[in-house]
Design a protein around this ligand. Structure first.
Ligand code: UDP
Length: 235
């Protein structure tokens, strides 16, 4: 079947990997996600994955902890997730390369944009780990940055909720679901989709974001086929 997109970034939050356990890595959950990634990969779509780290580390030890130190710990936790995804995808026969924004050559390749693009062209899934390599950023911003750098057509933002709502649907049963939003809507309404750095980077570079629920991993395939799921954020 035809896919609408040829090169995409999939942003997986760390929590997406922990499943119902809520912490660390839940192997059956990672297996399910990787199966869907494989399905999309088999449709000849070039895939880069940006993975978060919230399943291991977020925030700080109390107020006393230095923010940058806490952020470096967060970035390192994304590397653990990237290696887990690499391992499972490889066992499924999908060629994968992990690139880290903080150099750790014994563990993975360093991030080199041109090399990442080459891997994508050669039909290898590239997993971007260690965020942007800088404290005070997030992995959502990493997804926006890498999408711009490798010229991805869109970001698939996998969430625990199935779309963007005007309020939390778990708290408010009347929460309104959005099918489409503009970047400015998200910023002006203060919708908690991505942090503001990430959303403005997408806006400036005209990168559409599809927000969808990962509770059904087959949604990734639906998304690249252009089926209407979740919420699309664009100009
Ligand atoms: N982080 C950072 N710089 C980056 C990306 C991430 O400092 O460029 C740190 C930050 O502390 C963040 C943590 O890594 O909280 C994990 O990333 P994130 O919270 O985005 O993960 P997710 O919510 O997607 O699991």
């Amino acid at each position: 079947m035809e896919t609408k997109y040829k090169r995409i970034i999939i942003k997986l939050s760390g929590e997406a990997l922990s499943g119902k356990v809520g912490f660390g890595i839940d192997p059956p959950t990672v297996q399910r996600i990787c199966e869907s990634v494989k399905e999309v990969f088999e449709q000849d779509v070039e895939i880069a994955i940006v993975v978060g780290g919230g399943n291991f580390w977020r925030g700080r030890f109390g107020e006393g902890m230095d923010k940058s130190t806490a952020d470096y710990m967060g970035m390192l936790s994304t590397v653990i997730n990237a290696l887990a995804l690499q391992d499972v995808l490889e066992q499924m026969g999908v060629p994968v390369r992990v690139q880290t924004a903080i150099e750790m050559k014994e563990v993975a390749e360093p991030y080199i944009r041109r090399k990442a693009v080459r891997h994508l062209e050669k039909k290898r899934v590239v997993i971007f780990a260690a965020g942007t390599g800088n404290p005070f950023f997030t992995t959502d911003t990493t997804a926006a940055l890498r999408a711009a750098e490798v010229d991805a057509e869109m970001i698939l933002l996998a969430k625990s909720v199935d779309a963007v709502y005007d309020s939390d649907p778990e708290v408010n049963p009347d929460a309104k679901k959005y099918d489409r939003l503009t970047y400015i809507d998200v910023i002006n309404q203060g919708l908690k989709v991505m942090d503001s750095t990430a959303i403005t980077l997408c806006m400036d570079n005209k990168i559409p974001i599809l927000v969808f629920g990962l509770d059904q991993p087959e949604n990734i395939l639906k998304a690249v086929r252009g089926e209407t799921i979740g919420t699309i954020i664009e100009e």
